[in-house]
Design a protein around this ligand. Structure first.
Ligand code: VGL
Ligand code: ZN
Length: 208
């Protein structure tokens, strides 16, 4: 079984959102083409889904500004603008994304005491989501990952896919993803490659 995993393709990470990634919305037509023409057996998507008082928000740390380094539950934490608050438009998938094609949605980031960049588990690895179990139950053997943001949620999801589903072939689709920081993206791609994630483009996939 071949699966496509879409990471956090939400208004909050697109221009106009609360934590915008440059050109984040430009991946949407590419992602829709992958969904529609990419010969995937199933499509899964993660959705950053925070309570309004999430501890990763700078607003919860007196004197802190967004993008400051702070701590959360005693661990270093980038402090983000309030984003993807449950039930708000910021948390909705981008309006042009083909959401009807999504077979499984994994919400994450609900525990205010820990951030969850990965769609598979919280940053402290104490709690896992249902995603790995779902993909195992579906007997997924090939997993292509793309979305927002390459240097955070996409990277950690790809690394956890390799760690938690060691028999699955994992690929990162570079042109169907965008990152927050250019240097961070280059480092994330190197880290994914070192962990056994293949780096591909939508062109290669759609040409197959
Ligand atoms: C993300 C920062 C905070 C992401 C989510 O989707 O990459 N980044 N929450
Ligand atoms: Zn978040």
């Amino acid at each position: 079984m071949k699966a496509l995993l879409l990471i956090d393709i939400q208004n909050g990470f697109c221009p106009g959102g609360n934590l915008p990634v440059a050109d984040g919305d430009r991946i949407v037509p590419i992602v829709n083409r992958l969904i529609e023409e990419g010969s995937y057996d199933l499509v899964a998507a993660s959705q950053d889904w925070h309570p309004d008082h999430h501890g990763s928000f700078a607003s919860q740390h007196p004197g802190a500004k967004p993008f400051d380094m702070g701590t959360l539950s005693g661990k270093p934490q980038v402090l983000w603008p309030d984003h993807c608050v449950q039930g708000t438009p910021d948390a909705e998938f981008h309006g042009d994304l083909n959401v009807d094609a999504i077979d499984y949605i994994q919400q994450k980031g609900e525990n205010p005491a820990v951030d969850s960049y990965s769609a598979f588990r919280d940053n402290d690895h104490a709690a896992i989501t249902g995603l790995a179990g779902y993909l195992r139950a579906q007997q997924v053997s090939e997993l292509d990952i793309c979305g927002l943001a390459t240097d955070y949620c996409v990277k950690f999801s790809a690394l956890d896919a390799r760690a938690m589903l060691p028999d699955v072939k994992v690929r990162f689709i570079s042109d169907a993803s965008r990152g927050i920081d250019a240097a961070g993206v280059a480092a994330a791609i190197a880290e994914m490659r070192d962990a056994g994630v293949a780096i591909v483009t939508s062109r290669e996939i759609l040409a197959d």
